[in-house]
Design a protein around this ligand. Structure first.
Ligand code: C5P
Length: 402
């Protein structure tokens, strides 16, 4: 399947840190995603992992020296730099960061950085004292001033035995930074509040009622909005999915808790997307002790939960509020139901999905949705991955914001 990375020319600079083995994995992942990855290693990097290993992973020649014979007429550094769509430096050592900050060009990698016109992403990795040293901090600030993206390393146990900041980020975080470098930053000024997942409504300490929502659609929206530059607040019901990097997550359990979290944060949001499958009802009473088996039928009273989205829609009638997007999970009369909810909840956009269709709805990695906007314009989207679907919903939101 074609992705954003397909056919992209990526220059990948590797410098000498123990984290080289992690960068080798990134080279493999990018190559698997059909990016064309050309690796340049410093002399020190080749002491940790051989250039042969990296060449096997990228399927391409690896460059290590300034004066290697070149296939073309031009100097290696000029031709490699001219061709790239993105320049990644990972792991970036204190030494290589210092060299880049001061514009040194004494090896192939540093020379290429100067000759390059593409976006540069620097992923530092080093001992935490080295990372926290004022010299390294000042050098990283210089790189940011040049317009380079600097991805802060993680906290944790370091190869030298110390505990602290300095660990090369994991692939998941790196992948998001790379995809973000290729994405339009059209949500850079926006705060988006997204709800996701199911809610759990408890009968007693052991039992609850819920629904089959996995949270995949809401989490995909959060991930893609973050990639496109938004500040993302994700209010999530219980879900097995890892929150996307850089997203502010608020974990809740019940519809009432989701209501409270949304009410607390919606005023700072420019856009609210309610992708959660909120339980419409909850038990009238939650027992403090587990209900015992008695062989007889029991009656359980269910009372309605607050309709969070409807409440936001009513507030929007009275004052200027965030753009409101709702979801309608339907098993029949999809469009009619969508139109009714759009009007009833005073929304700007409703996303209708078919929960019993093949490849769509709860738990699936794909979705086929229809969008109806506030002018009742209907748009039917094809079967897409949930991330692609999220991108198209965000494209529509951009149009509605204009
Ligand atoms: O009315 P219905 O539940 O079908 O509407 C679905 C939309 O309303 C979804 O966007 C859902 O997140 C939201 N909703 C809500 N509060 C509820 C129930 C649904 O905000 N109690």
């Amino acid at each position: 399947m074609k992705t954003v990375l397909t056919g992209k020319k990526i220059l990948f600079g590797i410098t000498g840190s123990i984290a080289v083995y992690k960068a080798a994995e990134w080279v493999r992942e990018l190559t698997k995603a059909e990016a064309q990855v050309t690796v340049v290693m410093t002399e020190a990097a080749t002491r940790f992992v051989s250039s042969l290993t990296i060449a096997a992973l990228s399927g391409r020649r690896v460059y290590t020296g300034m004066f290697e014979p070149d296939a073309g007429e031009e100097m290696t550094h000029i031709s490699l730099a001219r061709e790239s769509d993105l320049f990644i430096i990972a792991p970036a050592t204190a030494q290589s960061i210092a060299k880049l900050a001061y514009g040194f060009a004494d090896d192939l990698l540093s020379t290429l950085v100067l000759a390059n016109h593409a976006k540069v992403l620097v992923f530092p990795a080093m001992n935490s004292s080295m990372y926290c040293h004022a010299a390294t901090k000042a050098n990283l600030t210089r790189l940011q001033e040049y317009g380079y993206g600097v991805i802060e390393p993680e906290q944790g146990k370091l190869a030298c035995g110390d505990e602290g900041i300095g660990r090369l980020v994991d692939w998941e975080r790196a992948r998001e930074s790379i995809l973000s470098a290729f994405a339009d930053q059209d949500f850079a000024e926006q705060t988006i509040l997204i709800t996701a997942g199911p809610t759990w409504e408890s009968f007693d300490p052991a039992r609850h009622m819920s629904n089959r929502s996995s949270g995949k659609m809401g989490y995909s929206l959060a991930r893609v909005a973050k990639r496109r530059g938004a500040r993302v607040i994700l209010v999530s019901g219980p879900s097995a999915i890892e929150p996307p990097p850089g997203v502010e997550i608020i974990n809740i359990v019940s519809a009432q808790q989701m209501h409270d979290a949304v009410m607390e944060h919606y005023s700072s949001a420019d856009i609210v997307v309610m992708a959660a499958a909120v339980s419409d009802y909850r038990p009238g009473k939650t027992m403090e002790q587990k209900i015992k088996k008695g062989g007889k039928s029991i009656d359980l009273e269910l009372v309605p939960n607050p309709d969070i989205l409807k409440k936001l829609g009513q507030k929007k009638k009275r004052a200027e509020q965030a753009l409101l997007v709702g979801f309608a999970a339907e098993s029949r009369h999809h469009i009619e139901e969508g139109q009714r909810k759009l009007k009833e909840k005073n929304l700007d956009l409703i996303v209708i999905n078919d929960i019993i269709g093949k490849d769509t709805g709860f738990g699936a990695d794909t979705n086929r949705v229809s969008l109806i906007d506030r002018d009742y314009q209907l748009e039917k989207l094809p079967l897409l991955s949930k991330e692609e679907c999220a991108d198209m919903i965000l494209d529509k939101i951009v149009k509605l914001l204009q």
